[in-house]
Write a protein that binds this ligand. Structure first.
Ligand SMILES: C[S@@+](CC[C@H](N)C(=O)[O-])C[C@H]1O[C@@H](n2cnc3c(N)ncnc32)[C@H](O)[C@@H]1O
Length: 352
């Protein structure tokens, strides 16, 4: 669970398409520099890159039946932008892909990979394709085993010194916190692989612990405040078995990207190494009462890396700390944590 876990990959397919070894021309570079300057101008003026309206609009676009090849997305310049779906879309019989919303970070739209030209679109909420194959890297265990594995992880967390200390740190903050009515977990991960249900001691910092934290925190807040706290999670990786295990714990599994539509000032947001810029999206949508997510630190400067198998590895993670995320963190009291359960995590409690 660290900010360094996931880096964006600019795929090798794109390389072939873009001919990445051909450097951009001087006029292409000039047009790119002008685009980047305009983006930062809007960003520094406080224009949000992500709004609920943009998310709803993109959701409506992909729910059309039949889905047209050419759809539109709402940009942060207030304009509609064309968003053509990939070519595989034109062959419905072979369709192994489905449309999904994609969220580009400020870093992604302003830092081109070497020898590439930015797409130069004023839109961070876009539509792309996801494979239906859904190949899980770890084989799934049967439901009873998954439930027992989750319970073992849950017990380990609930009895941990880390949870005890977290409650002690939160206690004095509760009185000044605004009303909290829900906890939303983003990208907490797939919980029914053998690695999470077998040797629980070796995966104390894994997805099961992250879900256990969500449940115990909701219970704790309910006990302390006397108000109901609803639990939601959003992760496209959940299998039916994951959903059953979570459902049995009263956690509602949301369709992507409905979690973002729920985020408001009465929320607690949980997220650890997500594959989407959850912190940047949240910073534009609301000022939640509390966030527990990868510790907000100035990103380390890294170069783009050429991969042997083709493509480029971005210097930015999939959930980068942007200037807005840094500014948002300053409005919160930080309780840092870095142990075998919560690695490089920050608990952020609103100050007002
Ligand atoms: C690197 S994994 C981290 C999983 C887990 N938090 C951990 O620490 O092991 C990134 C997670 O982000 C999830 N993810 C991808 N797109 C998402 C989206 N739109 N909303 C929420 N989660 C998403 C992936 O499915 C995956 O479970």
């Amino acid at each position: 669970m660290s900010d360094c876990d996931t880096f964006s990959l600019v795929s090798s397919n794109d390389n072939e398409e873009w001919g990445d070894e051909i450097p951009p021309t001087e006029s292409e570079k000039a047009s790119e520099a002008a685009f980047i300057a305009r983006v930062w101008e809007k960003y520094n003026a406080g224009v949000p890159l992500y709004t609920k309206e943009m998310i709803r609009f993109a959701q409506q676009q992909i729910s059309q039946n039949p889905l047209p090849y050419a759809i539109q997305v709402l940009g942060f310049d207030g304009e509609l932008h064309p968003n053509t779906l990939p070519l595989w879309w034109s062959a419905p019989s072979e369709r192994r892909m489905y449309p999904v919303l994609m969220f580009a970070s400020i870093e992604e739209i302003t830092s081109p990979a070497p020898h590439r030209i930015l797409s130069q679109e004023f839109a961070c909420v876009r539509v792309g394709g996801q494979s239906r194959d859904g190949t899980l890297s770890v084989p799934e265990v049967p439901l009873n085993e998954a439930g027992a594995g989750f319970e073992a992880n849950f017990q380990l967390w609930e009895q941990s010194e880390t949870w005890k200390q977290l409650k002690q740190s939160l206690g004095p903050c509760l009185a000044r916190l605004p009303e909290i009515d829900k906890i939303i977990g983003f990208g907490l991960g797939y919980i029914t692989g053998r690695e999470y249900t077998g040797d629980v001691e070796s995966r104390k910092d894994g997805p099961c612990t992250q879900h256990a934290l969500l449940i115990t925190l909701a219970r704790y807040l309910e006990q302390e405040t006397g108000r109901a706290v609803k639990c939601y999670v959003q992760d496209p990786a959940y299998s039916d078995t994951c959903k059953a295990v979570l459902g049995a714990r009263n956690i509602e599994v949301l369709e992507p990207e409905d979690g973002f539509l729920l985020v408001d000032d009465k929320s607690v947001v949980l997220s650890f190494s997500p594959n989407v810029p959850v912190r940047q999206i949240t910073a534009d949508l609301a000022r939640p009462a509390m966030m527990i997510w990868d510790r907000v630190v100035l990103p380390t400067e890294r170069p783009w890396r050429r991969l042997k198998r083709g493509g480029w590895l971005s210097p930015h993670t999939t959930d980068p700390v942007s200037p807005r995320v840094l500014a948002m963190a300053r409005e919160y009291t930080e309780i840092p944590s870095d142990d075998e359960f919560l690695r490089a995590i920050g608990v952020y409690v609103r100050q007002d």
